[in-house]
Design a protein around this ligand. Structure first.
Ligand SMILES: [Zn+2]
Ligand SMILES: [Zn+2]
Length: 182
């Protein structure tokens, strides 16, 4: 199966790295989220722009460690006030790849990914990490209070003066009524 040219920089030559324990390789590139195969689980929130990838692969005695970060931006409407929100987030990457037959492959504590063939394809791991950063309920700000359901005022800018209790219009007419207690 052919690999998209855009994803070719995400292939690490495992044979070359394993031949020289102690050697390392820098991987600095960027990739389009769609090319990477990112599918947002949230209908109106998605990744925008390119995902920038900054990783270092280090060849160990019996493994290859890949560490660094991904930086990406997502965009979507605030769940409370519906204003457009775009945020840039960075996520750490720390993965370990081992040759087949290595005990760490089945070790749940020391999880490692088996190297299949001569190359390590980082695309699936990076895709999963990027998709996890897409928020299910974006907020423009933790303190966003949304809109007043009665007058539509932006409550984050201050109180609008409406009663916080929901006024039932059927009782509103009675508000001005003075009841003679006698
Ligand atoms: Zn908001
Ligand atoms: Zn109001």
């Amino acid at each position: 199966m052919g690999i998209s040219p855009a994803l070719r920089p995400l292939l690490l030559n495992a044979v070359e790295l394993r031949r020289q324990p102690g050697s390392s390789r820098q991987l600095a590139t960027s990739v389009d989220p769609t090319e990477l195969g990112c599918v947002s689980p949230v209908p109106d929130v998605g990744l925008v722009g390119e995902i920038s990838i900054d990783l270092t692969a280090v060849s160990g005695a019996d493994d290859i460690g890949v560490a660094g970060s991904l930086t990406m931006s997502w965009s979507g409407p605030c769940r409370r006030c519906l204003s457009d929100v775009t945020r840039t987030v960075a996520v750490g990457v720390s993965e370990r790849f081992v040759p087949s037959g290595h005990p760490a492959v089945d070790d749940r504590v020391e999880a490692a990914t088996e190297i299949e063939g001569d190359q390590i394809d980082l695309a699936p791991i990076l895709r999963d990490l990027a998709v996890l950063e897409i928020p299910a309920a974006p907020l423009c700000d933790e303190s966003c209070r949304g809109w007043c359901p009665q007058c539509g005022a932006d409550l984050s800018l201050g109180e609008c003066g409406c009663s916080s209790e929901t006024t039932d219009p059927r009782w509103a007419a009675l508000d001005g009524l003075v009841i003679d207690e006698d």
